[in-house]
Design a protein around this ligand. Structure first.
Ligand SMILES: [Fe+2]
Ligand SMILES: [Fe+2]
Ligand SMILES: [Fe+2]
Length: 326
């Protein structure tokens, strides 16, 4: 991992904050993948900050969300300084054992705390950035302690060998499973795209908030669908991952680096077809299941994506009507 180093000029700040941003995208993604690969309400630990018993899976998701907010904070400052927020990510890894994923997460937190502490900001040059970096670094310290507590508890309870969910080999030939993976790939991509536009239009607050809301909806669908996959004997897929002989999955490109739309019209025009594609895929997927638990889980996602199609249609139409909107 690169160090942040000396921040003297705006260019230094943008370049170096982007290093941190790429890291935050990767971890927010990796932690959620690790969480979605472990069972719900099974591994509890005593949380050192909240002083209560917590579900390790649920808290790992929560930490992943903290990392997404870090990414947004960094992205907003980069945007405000006239830079372009990066969507490149570091490598994402999933080990077969739950403990190994938590150990990696713990190690990542130490690395990232060092990364933020390596920022040498010239005194008084960027006080808000300096403050942000300090605040984020302390979240990372808390995360490290939380992951460590999960690790200690798993070890104390003899759960070292507990395994993540796996892709069942026969699922490779099941249309419904492959369709659900494809839907989740698009939902994840779309969530990041909405976040990109949230940053891009950050000086147009109402539009930015709407796009942020859709990003969160997309994330909730991804979350819900990861549970549905587990019900169906599968697990969230890591895009472009290679699996080695020990069953360790690694991907250097778990999500796209680039998303379309560098201005308002291009961004809005690009969102609508993707939302329509999602609706089409859900409509294709639903009849493949008998009515029941699975369809009850999928139907609200389809319904909300139809709402997104409606909203995006009018965001685009309205933007076309207004004179002087850049
Ligand atoms: Fe972070
Ligand atoms: Fe963290
Ligand atoms: Fe949607």
């Amino acid at each position: 991992m690169q160090k942040i180093g000396l921040i003297k000029t705006d260019e230094d700040a943008v370049r170096l904050l982007n290093i941190a941003l790429e890291h935050e995208w990767a971890v927010s993604f990796e932690y959620t993948i690790h969480a979605y690969s472990m069972p719900k309400a099974t591994f509890f630990y005593h949380d050192p900050t909240m002083k209560v018993r917590k579900d390790a899976r649920a808290q790992t998701i929560q930490i992943g969300i903290d990392e997404m907010y870090h990414a947004l904070q960094l992205g907003l400052i980069i945007q405000q300084m006239g830079g372009t927020p990066s969507f490149k990510t570091d490598e994402v890894i999933r080990y077969p054992r739950i403990l190994d994923n938590l150990k990696r997460d713990r190690m990542t937190e130490d690395l990232v705390t060092d990364l933020y502490r390596s920022a040498e900001i010239v005194e008084g040059a960027f006080p808000k950035i300096q403050n942000m970096v300090l605040n984020i670094a302390f979240d990372e310290v808390r995360h490290a302690a939380q992951f460590q507590a999960m690790i200690d508890t798993l070890e104390a309870e003899g759960q070292q060998e507990a395994l993540c969910f796996r892709h069942a080999p026969e699922n490779r030939d099941k249309e419904e499973i492959q369709l659900l993976h494809e839907i989740m790939r698009i939902e994840n991509e779309l969530m990041h795209r909405y976040l990109k536009y949230t940053l891009l239009f950050s000086d147009h607050q109402d539009l930015s908030q709407r796009l942020f809301k859709n990003a969160i909806d997309q994330m909730r669908h991804w979350d819900k669908n990861s549970g549905t996959l587990v019900m169906l004997g599968d697990v969230v897929r890591i895009e472009n991952a290679e699996t080695d002989a020990d069953g360790v999955e690694k991907s250097l490109s778990p999500m796209p680096d680039l998303y379309p739309g560098e201005d308002r019209m291009a961004a809005l025009e690009s969102l609508l077809p993707t939302e329509e594609e999602l609706v089409r895929l859900y409509e294709k997927l639903l009849p493949l299941f008998p009515e029941g638990e699975v369809t009850d889980r999928l139907t609200p996602n389809l319904a909300l994506d139809r709402e997104h199609v409606f909203t995006q249609t009018y965001l685009l139409e309205n933007a076309r009507q207004v004179v002087g909107l850049e």
